[in-house]
Structure formats: C-alpha cells, structure tokens
Design a protein around this ligand. Structure first.
Ligand code: PLP
Length: 431
C-alpha cells in the first residue's frame, strides 16, 4: 500500500518549488489558505502603487492631460502587448476592453456575420451562463439555430452541423468541472466544416500556456480578474487572428498575400474603435487592426491595475506554471482519495491531467454549507450551484501546504460535522 502523503511532504515540495519566490509578489493574509484565484486573483503588490500613482498624480495633478502624458489612451493596446505572449498571440491581435460577457457578444456576433450563408452555432450545454445567453440571443437575432452538446460530444455536434456550421463557441476550461478541451483538435474540427471558433479563455489565460496561433484559433475572449490578477471587475480582452483583421504577415516577404476582403467588424461600433477617434467623423471608419473591437472609453483605473498585474508575468516560465498546476491538482486529488473516503464526495474534475485546467472540483449535495464551514476556517474555495465545491490552483502563489491545509480542513469539518451548524446554511448573495 502506498505511504500516505503528510504535511511535511507538502512543506518539502514547497522548498523545492522553482516558482516559490513569486508568492512574495502578492499580498496574501498569513492565516489564509487561498484557493479561489480562479474567481478573484490575489492582489499583486505592485498594483497598489500603480493605482495610487494613477489616482494621486495622474488624475489628481495631471487631470485630463494624463490621457496624453500618462498615455491612458494607449492602455488597451499596452495590455494587449503584455497579454499576447500568455495566450500565443501577437500584440497586434489582442486588446483589453469591456467585460468577458460583452466581448463574447461582440465576437460571436462578428463571427456569425462573417458566415452569412451558414446558420448553426454550436455551444456546450453546460457552458457558463453568459456564454449560453449570448449564443441564444445572437442566434435569435440573426436567425441561426443552436446545437448544444455535452463536452464529450462536441466533435460529433460540429461534424453533424456540416456545411451549415457558422460558429462554435466554447469555454476552453469548464468553470465548474475544470474539464479542458483539446483546443487544437476542436479548432481543427471546426475548420474542417468551414466554421469559425470563439474560445472563452476565462479559466485559461494565466493558468497555463495557451497557443491560440499554434491552434489556428479564430477569436478568443478572456477575463482579467481571475488568473491574471487584475483586480475585481478587471477589464477583459479580445483576440482576433490577424487573418480576420486583414493584416498581412510581413508584406515584403509575402507580396502575393492579400489582406482578406472581408475583415471582422465590431457589432458595437463606437468612437474608440474608429480609425481616427479625434476626427469626430459622422461616418464610422473602423480602425485598421484589433483596435476596431474597441467601443467606448477605457476604464482607466481598472486598466492601470491590470497592466501592473501583467508586468509580474514578464519573467514567468509558463511551462513551469503548468507543471506546478498539474502537480498541485494531482496532489489535491490524491489527498481527497486518501482522506475523504466515505464522506460522500465525488470528483467532478477529470482524473486525466491533460483534460484538467487549474482547479479541482468535488460534488456533494451539502456542498454550500461545507464551503462556508471551510471559509470559517480560513480556507477559501467557492461553491457553484447545485453541488460543486470548487478549488482553484494558481501556481504563482498556491503552495503545496495550501493543498494539504484545504483537504485536511475538509476532512476535519466532515469528521466533526461542523458543517451542519445552521450558520453555514445562510445563503449569501455571492457563493
Ligand atoms: C467561463 C466564463 N465566461 C464568462 C464569464 C463572465 O465574465 P464577466 O462577468 O466578467 O463578464 C465568466 C465569469 O466568471 C466565466 O467564468
């Protein structure tokens, strides 16, 4: 029989962890075991200074002039430059703006309009509500039909849509279970039918390396406040492959390559996506590149926070992030197997590491009260109705001892039946 894993084994793994120094870049309360960076990333220390400077000096003293002197106007693109290497994109293909939800609406609509002779949108049945609502609304507005399939049946659904397939919209890592699609394979299957794909990277960007260009992805959206640590309500981003922007790769070396005749259009045109916003022209003329996906004025303070958070990624080895993420989630699953048997938990996340994002989810019908009891013991995960206990792993600051603490606390609240206290059943607005 295998020797059970102990707290000192966890401490030893932390000592050997090459990513260990990165934890010092974050503000993390000493007593807290934080496993909710997939909902709200921890505060990077440099963010407070950056936001303080933006408020006090740039806004307080620089006033409106800071749009130029502090280059507030360039924030969406500057963030794109920092984000691009994390998602396998070039800077010309990424821009920060709006929320993930708004960007899903923009990109799915835009993709649908590029496919006027096709009328099926494929989506996952249990996708995040915003993704599902957007797809349903866009289908209604544009006269398309939706095929909803379970994750394991997506390739069949795509194939069954055949020449009617317009768009596939999927969340790369499922928000509840952590199930991760094979991005290259699903993108390829979509293209084989002549469809376009929009990837929601809410639970991918910053969690592990993503290779949008290598997978030939068409469009992607993502979230700034989860694994990217941009702060509550941080701006989201959009990615548009350069072929859909009408950009030619290195025109001198590719003289025969023509820009696409039909580049993507922003269905929510606004002055910030105009080629010359300060011409205040009456006619809309989209900006040349991905800037055309902008709509209104950037939320400067939030963007300043996100930009500062992204600066911390410059020297991060993403392969190491993924390696540690897998090690942490494997350990979590092992400890659940070793310590929680007989308490009625089921593993909702895939056991195969290649199919799992950076989280471990368990199911239990009383999961809500259990998560509240854990929070009471300073172990922060979250609950997703109807029965998911969700634990996010963020390798820049999650330690092996955090995994140990979380499962040990869960075992303790089950053993002592602490979770049965009525105070843990009171519903809160945010779960
Ligand atoms: C997969 C996924 N898509 C979209 C969203 C919505 O993001 P927002 O509320 O920032 O628009 C979330 C939020 O958690 C999410 O997890």
């Amino acid at each position: 029989m295998a020797v059970p894993f102990t707290a000192s084994d966890a401490a030893r793994l932390d000592e050997l962890d090459p990513l260990r120094p990165f934890r010092d870049r974050f503000v993390l309360p000493e007593a807290v075991t934080y496993l909710d960076g997939n909902s709200l990333g921890a505060l990077p220390k440099r963010v407070a200074d950056a936001v303080g400077e933006a408020v006090t000096r740039q806004w307080g003293e620089g006033l409106v002039g800071s749009w130029n002197t502090a280059d507030w106007i360039g924030l969406p693109q500057r963030i794109g430059v920092l984000l691009a290497p994390l998602i396998g994109a070039t800077a010309a293909e990424v821009v920060a703006c709006d929320s993930t939800t708004i960007n899903i609406h923009k990109l799915v609509t835009a993709a649908r309009k590029l496919q006027p002779t096709r009328d099926i949108i494929v989506c996952e049945r249990t996708n995040f509500p915003s993704d599902a609502y957007a797809v349903q609304a866009i289908a209604r507005a544009t006269g398309a039909s939706v095929i909803e399939a379970d994750a394991h049946d997506i390739s069949e659904a795509i194939a069954s849509a055949g020449s009617r397939l317009a768009v596939v919209e999927l969340t790369h890592v499922h928000y509840k279970t952590g199930y991760m699609y094979d991005m290259a394979a699903v993108t390829e299957a979509t293209h084989r039918q002549g469809g376009l794909i929009v990837w929601d990277l809410a639970h991918s960007a910053g969690a592990f390396p993503v290779d949008l260009s290598g997978c030939q992805a068409d469009f992607a959206v993502g979230c700034g406040y989860k694994y990217l640590n941009g702060g509550p309500g941080a701006p989201a981003f959009v990615y548009v492959a350069r072929r859909h922007l009408g950009l030619v790769d290195n025109p001198l070396q590719n003289p025969g390559q023509n820009p696409v005749q039909n580049p993507v259009q922003n269905p929510l045109p606004g002055w910030m996506g105009h080629a010359q916003p300060f011409d205040f022209a009456h006619e809309y003329q989209p900006a040349a590149g991905v800037d055309r996906m902008l709509t209104g004025t950037p939320s400067v303070l939030s963007m300043v926070a996100l930009e500062a958070a992204l600066l911390d990624w410059a020297d991060v080895d993403l392969a190491q992030v993924r390696k540690k993420s897998v090690a942490l989630t494997e350990l979590f699953i092992r400890l659940v197997d070793e310590q929680l048997e007989g308490y009625g938990f089921d593993l909702a996340s895939p056991r195969v590491a290649a199919q799992r994002g950076s989280q471990v989810s368990l199911t239990h019908p009383e999961g809500y009260a259990m998560v509240q009891a854990l929070i009471d013991r300073n172990v922060i995960g979250d609950f997703r109705a109807p029965d998911i206990l969700r634990f996010g792993v963020t390798p820049l600051y999650t330690r092996y001892v955090d995994i140990w603490n979380a499962v040990d606390a869960l075992r303790a609240i089950m053993h002592d039946e602490t979770w049965k206290q009525p105070r843990f059943r009171t519903p809160k607005h945010v779960t």
